[in-house]
Design a protein around this ligand. Structure first.
Ligand code: ACO
Length: 225
């Protein structure tokens, strides 16, 4: 994805980590520095455009990633830029991965409710022209290292088929633990929660616990969710 400003100078590293402050990274020495407010505006434009492209790729009715959502949540976004081709000398963005901790009730394999706060995969997008080139894996690996998590410790917010295939191929994640919310967890999730998952009494009357999830992907679900 190209932008009308110099992405290469704005994001000096191949992978940039953005949090709710959406701070422009320090620039390379010798690079002319526009006003900081302009740089932040450029970051916001990138986040908004990536969010729109991701929503389109997933056929979502509205983006779940935007600058304003980033600013009002404690999510972390990993943005991958293209360091090979440099169209018109301004650089390009390849894609992004957004993660964040969420309080969830998840079922274990004995159908007991567990209150947990895992790192969740919230949004993930690689530009159509370069999918299946290993860029998604590069971003994911970087995120795992930075966040110090193992793949089976993650919860995934309504993964697409492509993402399920991706997780299976690269991380052998296949067997899911069935849930009643939007989140997908895999075998091994409960063995590795830190701190240990807090269990709620398993024998609750049906409907007593709401299949609570703070998913951003709740469109079209029946009322009451
Ligand atoms: N069909 C089936 N599997 C696919 C496809 C596809 N079109 N694209 C990627 N994959 C899976 C396959 O396992 C593939 O391996 P293969 O080519 O040997 O079959 C593997 O991913 C390739 O790995 P990478 O090249 O590292 O992945 P990529 O750079 O394509 O990134 C991603 C994966 C992010 C899922 C990308 O394909 C994409 O942006 N898809 C569209 C948006 C999307 O579905 N995002 C996830 C939404 S759900 C969420 O974010 C919680």
């Amino acid at each position: 994805m190209e932008f009308p400003f110099d992405v290469d100078a704005l994001l000096p590293e191949r992978i940039t980590v953005l949090d709710q402050h959406l701070r422009p990274p320090a620039r390379r020495p010798g690079t002319t520095t526009p006003a900081r407010v302009d740089l932040q505006q450029q970051i916001m434009t990138i986040v908004d455009e990536l969010g729109k492209a991701s929503a389109k790729a997933q056929h979502l009715p509205a983006p779940i990633t935007s600058a304003s959502r980033m600013q009002s949540n404690r999510h972390v976004m990993y943005v991958l830029k293209d360091t090979s081709a440099r169209p018109a000398g301004k650089g390009a963005i390849i894609g992004f991965l957004k993660v964040g901790y969420k309080k969830l009730f998840v079922l274990d394999d004995r159908e007991a409710h567990n209150e947990v706060e895992p790192l969740c995969i919230l949004d993930f997008y690689i530009h159509e022209s370069v999918q299946r080139h290993g860029h998604g894996r590069e971003l994911f690996q970087y995120m795992l290292q930075k966040e110090r998590v193992e793949p089976h410790q993650l919860a995934i917010d309504r993964p697409s088929q492509k993402l399920l295939k991706f997780l299976n191929k690269h991380y052998n994640l296949e067997t899911t633990v069935p849930q009643v919310n939007n989140f997908v967890i895999f075998e091994g999730f409960f063995a590795h929660q830190h701190p240990p998952a807090r269990k709620l009494p398993p024998k609750r009357a049906e409907g007593d616990i709401k299949p609570y999830s703070s998913s951003d992907r709740e469109w079209g679900l029946p009322q009451g969710w």
